[in-house]
Write a protein that binds this ligand. Structure first.
Ligand SMILES: [Zn+2]
Length: 446
C-alpha cells in the first residue's frame, strides 16, 4: 500500500459492512505448565522461529532519502537494529514503481530499486545476505545474517515483456504482485476496477496475463495476488500451477476494504496450486486502514477535507511555478492520519486469527507493509522490533509454539519451496502449457 493507493481504495470503498466476529476459539492449545521450557515461552518461541516478512517498502527510502539500513529509523519502520530486535530472518524488500510519476521509465526505476537493495546488502555484509531461494533463507539464518529478498509490486514493471520478467528473475526477484493499485492492461487492480475510464480485461487476465503467470510458475517466481481485482484473483488461481501468495493482504470480513480478501478468497488461496499442493499463504498486512473498520470509516469521513488540502497545496505550487512533490503530499496525508486514533494491536491479531480459522493455520503469515503506510500501524507496532509482540499475543490466545513458527515464517518457506519444485517440473516439460481447465473451477465466482 501507499497513501496514493489509499486514496484510490477509499474512493472505491463500499459502505461499511462490518461483520461481527464470533469470539476467537483457540487453536489446539499449548497448555501452559509450571515447567515451561525456554523454547515454549513467547520470547523463546519467537527467537526459535525463522521470521519472514514479505513486504517492506524501504527501497523507496534507500533511493529517495539516501536512507541506509544502519541509520536510525527516523519516520520509518525498518532498519538493521529493528530487524535484529524483531528476530527477522528474511525481509522481502518491495520493488514498487509509482506508475504516474515514472510513466515511460518503469524498467529504469525498477532497476534502480533492485540496485538499491543490492547496495544495502553490499554495505552490510556482516549482517545481511542476498537470498533467492528457500534454502538461501535458511543458509542466511545459519550464517546469523538477515536474508534480503526482493518482490516486485506491480506488473507494470515488466512493460508487457516476458523478457524483462525473466531478467528481473535473473537479478533475484522472487515474487511479483500482478498489479499495484493500477490495472496494467493484462491484469486488473482492485484500485481502479470501478473506474470506467480505465481499460480492463474481460476475464481478469488477458492472454498475455496468462502467459505472465505461466512464465512466473516456470521461472519459480511466486505469484502474488495482493492488490488485484476479485476477478483477476480467481482467474489467476485457475491458471497458476504453483500455489499463490498474497504478500500483504488482510481479511475483508473484519475490515471491508477492497484490498482485503473475502473468506472465499482466503479458502481459495489455501487450496491453490493444483493436485497434491499444500496450498498458498495469505500474509497479513499491518496497515490500520485494512485492519480496523473504525479507522477505515474515519479515513473515509475525512477524505473530502484532505483532498481539498492537497488540492490547495498543488494550486499554491502551481502559482509559484513549482511542482508539488510526493513527499509534500505525504506530509499532508500523515497530518490527517495522525488525527485518527491508532487501533489496538489486538486488531492485527484478530486478522491473523480469522485467516487461521477460515483458511487454516498453514495458510497465514506476516506481510507488514512497513515503510509503505505512512506510519499508520496499530498501537505498539512501530517497527520490526515489535514483531515479538505478535508471538506473545498469539500464544496468549492459545496458539501452540509450532503454529506460531508456521505463521511467523514456516508457511511462507513451505510455499516458496513448492513454487521452486513446480518450476523444476515445468522446466522439465517439453513444451509450455497453460492449464486453463485444471481443477480450480470450483473457486470461480458464479
Ligand atoms: Zn501494496
Amino acid at each position: 500500500m501507499r497513501t496514493r493507493a489509499l486514496i484510490v481504495s477509499l474512493l472505491l470503498a463500499v459502505p461499511a459492512l462490518l461483520c461481527a466476529q464470533a469470539p476467537a476459539k483457540p487453536s489446539p492449545a499449548n497448555s501452559a505448565n509450571k515447567m515451561t521450557p525456554k523454547t515454549q515461552t513467547p520470547e523463546g518461541v519467537h527467537r526459535s522461529a525463522l521470521v519472514i516478512d514479505t513486504h517492506a517498502d524501504t527501497p523507496q527510502r534507500f533511493v529517495d532519502e539516501n536512507f541506509d539500513l544502519g541509520d536510525p529509523l527516523g519516520s520509518g519502520n525498518v532498519n538493521l537494529d529493528a530487524l535484529h530486535k524483531g528476530n527477522v530472518g528474511a525481509e522481502f524488500f518491495s520493488i514498487w514503481v509509482e506508475p504516474t510519476l515514472y510513466k515511460g521509465q518503469y524498467a529504469r526505476r525498477t532497476l534502480v530499486l533492485i540496485d538499491a537493495v543490492k547496495q544495502q546488502v553490499a554495505r552490510h555484509p556482516d549482517q545481511m545476505e542476498l537470498a533467492t531461494s528457500a534454502a538461501g533463507i535458511e543458509q542466511a539464518r545459519r550464517d546469523h545474517k538477515i536474508a534480503a529478498l526482493m518482490g516486485i509490486e506491480g506488473g507494470h514493471s515488466i512493460e508487457d515483456s516476458l523478457g524483462l520478467l525473466r531478467q528481473y528473475y535473473a537479478l533475484g526477484v522472487r515474487y511479483m504482485t500482478l498489479t499495484w493499485a493500477n490495472s496494467n492492461g493484462w491484469a486488473d487492480s482492485s484500485g481502479d476496477i470501478d473506474d470506467k475510464a480505465v481499460p480492463h480485461t474481460k476475464e481478469g487476465l488477458n492472454e498475455f496475463g496468462k502467459d505472465v503467470v505461466y512464465e512466473m510458475n516456470r521461472l519459480g517466481m511466486m505469484v502474488d495476488v495482493s492488490h488485484v481485482s476479485d476477478r483477476t484473483f480467481f482467474r489467476t488461481l485457475i491458471i497458476s500451477r504453483a500455489p499463490v501468495i498474497a504478500s500483504h493482504s488482510s481479511a475483508r470480513a473484519l475490515c471491508n476494504a477492497p484490498r482485503n480478501m473475502t473468506d472465499e478468497m482466503l479458502r481459495a488461496i489455501a487450496n491453490s496450486g493444483g493436485p497434491g499442493s499444500k496450498g498458498g499463504v495469505v500474509q497479513v498486512n499491518f496497515y490500520s486502514g485494512f485492519l480496523s473498520q473504525a479507522y477505515h470509516d474515519a479515513q473515509l469521513a475525512q477524505q473530502p477535507e484532505m483532498d481539498k488540502a492537497i488540492q490547495a497545496l498543488k494550486d499554491k505550487a502551481k502559482a509559484d511555478g513549482k511542482e508539488v512533490t510526493y513527499a509534500e503530499i505525504e506530509k499532508v496525508q500523515r497530518q490527517y492520519a495522525d488525527r485518527i486514533p491508532r487501533p489496538p494491536l489486538s486488531v492485527l491479531i484478530d486478522h491473523i486469527d480469522h485467516i487461521a480459522k477460515v483458511a487454516g493455520v498453514d495458510h497465514v503469515g506476516l506481510g507488514s507493509d512497513f515503510d509503505g503506510v505512512s506510519g499508520q500501524l496499530p498501537e505498539g507496532m512501530d517497527s520490526a522490533a515489535d514483531l515479538p509482540k505478535i508471538t506473545a499475543a498469539l500464544m496468549a490466545r492459545g496458539y501452540s509454539a509450532e503454529d506460531c513458527r508456521k505463521i511467523l515464517g514456516g508457511n511462507l518457506l513451505r510455499v516458496f519451496r513448492e513454487v521452486e519444485q513446480v518450476s523444476k517440473e515445468l522446466q522439465a516439460e517439453s513444451r509450455p502449457r497453460i492449464t486453463e481447465k485444471q481443477p480450480f473451477d470450483k473457486w470461480q465466482k458464479q
